[in-house]
Design a protein around this ligand. Sequence first.
Ligand SMILES: [Zn+2]
Length: 305
Amino acid sequence: MIWNSSDFEVLTGTQEKVSTKHFNTSCYLCGNKECSNVFIENGIPIVKCKNCGHVFSTYKQDEHYQGYWGDDEKIYDIEWWDKAHKDLYKQFIQIFLTEKSGRILDVGCGLGFFLKLVRQIKPGWETIGYELSPPAVNFAKTKNGLDNIFNQPVEKSRIKNNSFDIITLWDVIEHIPVPQPKLKFLHSILKPGGILFLQTPNFPIQLKKAKLKKFFRGMNTDGHYLEAKDHINDYTQKTIVSLGNQCGFDKYQFFILKPILSLSGSRAQIGRYLKLLYYYVTKTLWLLSFKTVNLNNTLFVTFRK
Ligand SMILES: [Zn+2]
């Protein structure tokens, strides 16, 4: 099915009718308005641009939505969250923070666990975080003891050009409807030779998982599949590179890093082992294919200035 911006009257899938004013059908990467349907989640079409191939959710999300952390820190299990991310963060620090000292900026730093670990492992590094959610900022400061955490969009800051060695965005970029102004700003504040690191879901793999899930649950079943209200842009290796190019980055490299050992899912040990097994299988395929076949469910990419 082909969608045009004027076509959003009747939806397929759940047959739920949603007002057209809630939808955007202009491609966030190239501005083209013609797209084809890829998946429908709870009445929200996820579409692919007919011009550049970029996939995005048609749901109109606020540019600076800050509700991801909620107001009550008790709703998430902090200890478990920290534990589930630790191996991944450690591996990142080992690979990228090779110098004794430097400056690192984490954009969308959430509760601050990544920066806290940087401080523990690399005390010579200066850590700065930006986060839109006030309760998360409060947690990062009071519970994780971080001081340089700021509650505003980073592009509104007065950070000087060429300030950082590394800038990280963990699970952030897919949430931002129009990410170009932010990435252009981040390019300006990176030092020459500095690294911008993005972690985001690998859409082709996520789509396969979502289709399987829908198949087993029944085609018209609502539920969480591709997070259509939260993940506004769904990237592939090709489209994330094209986004980087638009924002001034021309040198890129993909990696396969360790998995998050369950965020909200099962805590059973078997789940952890399956995730690790998947990591080793996809990493082996990645290496055997000379880094051409990426079946991991997460994209890890660095752009160098
Ligand atoms: Zn496009």
